[in-house]
Ligand binder design. Sequence first.
Ligand SMILES: [Zn+2]
Length: 311
Amino acid sequence: MNYEPIDIPFNHRHTCWLCGEPSAQMLDIPARATNTKIFNHEPISVPICAECQSFPVQPNCSSIWQHKDYVKQRLMKVYAKHLGIGLNWTKQELADADFEGRIFEGFSRSAWMMYEIANERVRYVGWDLMIAGSAIGYDDSAGFEYDGVQFASQEACMNYYCAAQGLNTTLFEAVLNIVGYSRFSYALKISQINRKARHFEVVRIIDEIEQQELDSQEIQADKSAHENHYKLEPIDMGEAMAETQAIEWALENDIRTLEQINLAEDDFFDAFAYLGGVQAFQFYNGLQLYLAARADDAWIQKFDLNRDTWK
Ligand SMILES: [Zn+2]
């Protein structure tokens, strides 16, 4: 295979394209044994550091970007502890902490620096890939982005947080199954809050979240049923219009006949006082005519566009 070396900007000489560390070697990709038919771009050669080079290109890899996600995933695994420092503490908290204290046993003064180095490496975005001045195709099919970091997959992202923050994988996974990856932050929060939960507590939390989701789905369903219920049409009664707001008011107050609306006249004018006298009266008159007409089933069948709503 003929591997084209990528263009390297002057300020990136000897820089690993994957993680930004000093590079000493070149990565030829796709690997020689790879079926080039599944590969998205021409064979290229990119500068790489020794550690990134130690993660072999996977047989099903289809582009340099996919391989980059894979390498980041491996780096996150290796540096989970260091990355966890930044996820679990702020720089100030670490500075304020008493490192002689038992709580911080195992941490050293360089903890934050270790975190920063690891964090920069996993967040590093290489320069645009070009060969002799022309760009090679961009592949955006791969990965899952969260909090500015590209992960090889949704699962990789979850595993990363579980490893870095010592979260309960069972809980995290179960919450994600219930609420979906679109609410990853929520699942993460739940897992962080309940980091120390014991098994029976985890089971209870999962039950609660499941119930919450069912409840909110029901509320949602109720809401849309209610909205559909009142998809009303104004009805032209000749002398006046039966307006949708007036019909809705009648429905909500269970007023179905002319007799009933006449008895509820005061309530009606109270409810529609905001319209002013003249318009409120027109609304009232329209509703009277409409309810009177509704005494006749034949009229309803022929003219009442809201007949289904009244059933
Ligand atoms: Zn590297």
